[in-house]
Design a protein around this ligand. Structure first.
Ligand code: FE
Length: 213
């Protein structure tokens, strides 16, 4: 598609852009004019992050783990391999590790060094995940941080904090709620939130899902 073909927006659009949007547009124009990137490639990257990767992928993985014990076992053994063997999931990168919550154990994920995050299954990381207070406090006082996120864990539940690195990315498998016992895999996936797969949130109740949906 030529630049002329792309000139299909309403005139005056520039004035409605925010500063950051203008800067991104300017940067894109420079990179394209210098031949460093192609617009089609940028479009592909945006498409990738908007549609292909995101928490909806992780949610489907969790829902399948809830309904297919064999898949769950494989997932806990080698998450990358297990997911990539499923023909209907997008391919994920190496070093993905799934950790499972139970009645006695709650898992939560951080990257204390920077912001390593399982993009393939959760998409772009939330801002707080990259913040210094989260990265330090979740290690030193996890129970209190989880309380700030609205999670009241019983005193006898152990909390395990997993520190991501460039080599290891973690996906938390939350517990399936009892009410969800007879639900289909797509319905189950709708209950699984991004934060529940980081360990800083719960899965949705039916009421919450209906409000969100
Ligand atoms: Fe990191």
């Amino acid at each position: 598609m030529s630049d002329l073909d792309r000139h299909d927006h309403a005139h005056g659009e520039e004035s409605t852009l925010t500063d950051i949007q203008k800067r991104v547009k300017a940067l894109e124009s420079i990179l394209v004019s210098k031949g460093l990137v192609e617009r089609a490639v940028i479009d592909q990257i945006i498409e990738h992050f908007e549609r292909r990767v995101g928490p909806h992928v992780g949610a489907r993985v969790v829902a399948r783990a809830w309904t297919d014990q064999q898949f769950k076992r494989a997932l806990l053994e080698d998450a990358t391999k297990a997911i990539n063997l499923q023909s209907d999931f997008p391919e994920v990168g190496q070093h993905l590790i799934a950790v499972e919550n139970s009645d006695s154990l709650h898992n939560v994920v951080v990257c204390t060094l920077c912001s390593c995050y399982p993009w393939d299954v959760l998409g772009l990381p939330p801002v707080w995940y990259k913040s210094a207070p989260y990265r330090s406090r979740i290690v030193s006082e996890p129970r209190s941080v989880l309380k700030d996120f609205g999670m009241e864990l019983s005193g006898d539940k152990k909390i395990r904090v997993w520190d991501s690195t460039a080599e290891t990315r973690y996906l938390v498998i939350p517990q399936m709620p009892a009410f969800a016992d007879t639900m289909s895999e797509p319905d189950l996936a709708n209950l699984v939130t991004r934060d529940s797969m980081i360990g800083t949130g719960e899965v949705l109740s039916l009421t919450e899902r209906d409000v969100n949906g």
